[in-house]
Design a protein around this ligand. Sequence first.
Ligand SMILES: NC(=O)c1ccc[n+]([C@@H]2O[C@H](COP(=O)([O-])OP(=O)(O)OC[C@H]3O[C@@H](n4cnc5c(N)ncnc54)[C@H](OP(=O)(O)O)[C@@H]3O)[C@@H](O)[C@H]2O)c1
Length: 379
Amino acid sequence: MSTPIANRTILVTGANRGIGRALVEEALHRGANRVYAGTRQPFEHPDDRVTRLALDVTDAAQIQTASESIEALDVVINNAGLAIYDELGDRAVLEQHLAVNLFGPFDVTHAFLPLLTRSQGAVVNVLSLASLAALPIIASYSLSKAAAYSLTQSQRALLAGQGVRVHAVLLGPVDTEMSRDLEIPKAAPADVARAVFDGLQSGEEDIFPDPMSASLAPEWDSGAIKTLERANAALISGTHENLTITFTVDRTPDEVFAAINDVRSWWTGEIDGVTDQLGAQFTYRYENLHRSTQEITELVPGKRVAWHVVDAHLSFVADKEEWTGTDITFDLTPNSAGTEVRFTHVGLVPTYECFDNCSTAWNHYIGDSLRNLMADRAA
Ligand SMILES: NC(=O)c1ccc[n+]([C@@H]2O[C@H](COP(=O)([O-])OP(=O)(O)OC[C@H]3O[C@@H](n4cnc5c(N)ncnc54)[C@H](OP(=O)(O)O)[C@@H]3O)[C@@H](O)[C@H]2O)c1
């Protein structure tokens, strides 16, 4: 789901310089209503939409005072960060990194969560490619950013039920004080800030906003990390989350729309009936295990396909009609890498007996079969 910036209220930590400062400028440029600039030092900004908050992210009292001074918030950007070169020789250095880079975002998000829940808002954690693979020259930093990525994954799953989205920004080198001593190509903070808000506005869970990180983006959604993350998130017990599968393909929304409607090409089994006309019905059968009849209830070219399951029989569960009355939807959103496909089986929740088997099957048909079909058509 996308997060617009215009007329919204944004909090950026570590806002006085570097990437944080660029995020403040970009939020103002996109029409934010109010930008709270969390800083340790006195800070003034010429735009009267900016309000400074005294916010050392390691100071519990300051976090509490800051959260009590705000009435509304749509997005918190946990940007403040610390990086010291080390080789794991000193436990105190590791603790310093964890205090800022892990417990900082943890405590800030916790304090502002009631406001974010009320606004159905978003958390953005500014992380690093070192979250994914350690840089041994800054080992403690890498460790803290890996932990913060794990925090992001868990919060994403845990807060989804409260309507709060949690994004990771997986950054490569950026030209700021932090990377001053690195003699490698670096992205400009302003370019990174633009790409972060583009990602947020197009609903990307993990944002790759610079040339080095962007090289990971095309394969990311189908890779091992995201596949495991989705499978693990589905284990949250008692959740009422519908089964959802999201990925991005390097195709236009119209090409994706055409591939989805060509159901016989990717939902392998026997299919009777018409699959690409509004109001039509088709029946899917797989051996004697599964039979379901879908009515096509929405067909919006390049945007959305929805089917209503009017009748179903699953032989392998006690309640054979678990699918009856559920809905199957495909939402298409263009983004910088092509089209994001969000598949949802509305009503198929973890309390259903077929949830695990059906999740595995849908992951195969949607995550592999449909996705590969689109890749093959490109070839
Ligand atoms: N630059 C890169 O190459 C790069 C790459 C990957 C990820 N990142 C991440 O991007 C984020 C921003 O980094 P940057 O490059 O803009 O670094 P930077 O120029 O060094 O700025 C760091 C910011 O964090 C603030 N900060 C540090 N400790 C804090 C604390 N305890 N409480 C509140 N604020 C604190 C600093 O405030 P003071 O001015 O008061 O010190 C400053 O505003 C960080 O999370 C960093 O890990 C950067």
